[in-house]
Design a protein around this ligand. Sequence first.
Ligand code: ZN
Length: 340
Amino acid sequence: MYDWTVPTFLVADAVFRQHKPPGEHPERPERLVAIEQALAAAGLVGRCERLPVRPATRQEVLRVHTQDHYHHLEQLLRSGYGWLDPDTYYGPGSWEAALCAAGAAVDLALRLGQGSGNGLALLRPPGHHATRDRAMGFCLFNNIAIGAAAARAAGARVAIVDFDVHHGNGTEEIFASDPDVLFVSTHQHPLYPGTGEAAFVGVGLGRGATVNIPLPQGSDDAVYRRCFERVVIPALLRFAPDLILVSAGFDGHRRDPLAGMALTEQGYADLTAMLLGVQPRLGMLLEGGYHLESLAASVVAVLEVLLGDRCLRPARQVTGAELAPEAEAAIALARRLHGL
Ligand SMILES: [Zn+2]
């Protein structure tokens, strides 16, 4: 039986709202305002243990990023508003927010890796597109990679599950040759950033430790559930991590304006419950999710699972038992490529 007396850590801080776009942009501070209001309304905040926020040290960031990337951002982000690429902005509050998002990822990963409990970190800017040497896709530093690298340096065996609707290309690149960090990603394909083919399974010693499951547009709770049952969960059980970190993007929600998947908030709760069943030391880090109401409802649902209020839905209640042939094929391919 799972021990529900373990703490649930929550990272939520005003510093993450100080990363502000120069104009209209989907990745905006209002995302966190909507989430925090919904969590408070649901009465969940007081039941979590708040983790204080602090900037990551240079050394923590340099475990995964190049010196050039660090220095480039340090100089640029203090200069006002601007753009790192056509999608990725910065503003006067971005440097501190980016460092604190990385620092919070480290602290949550270490706290869970060394003890017990689960947690949710409401971070901005998001991180999973940031590569070793480049900011892209709204991401400046790769928060989850920095957190995973800290836990790994402390001796933990870490698995990263990325259910954001976009492929976590930065995280994949950073750990592609590392056999001790498992990276598992479900993503709509084709879609930004265009990476994440199933055939890419890692390089060198890391071959097999990257599991990509590109899914067709329109994939719903039933597809994701089958995908987790047949690929994600067996891959995690085989790897046997001490800690699971999740790139928790909620842009696969059926109402999200940036993508075309059909997940519901209950679907996200189910995925979380399944991961918790593999490893109770589960840390979820916010990535995308751009429909404010659906984002907030999904985060509430996930936190309810972490707190033990909500369980996995019985399989018969998940609609769409007959999966689209493209979805069946994607799941079968990932199973075959990884011997699952
Ligand atoms: Zn995304």
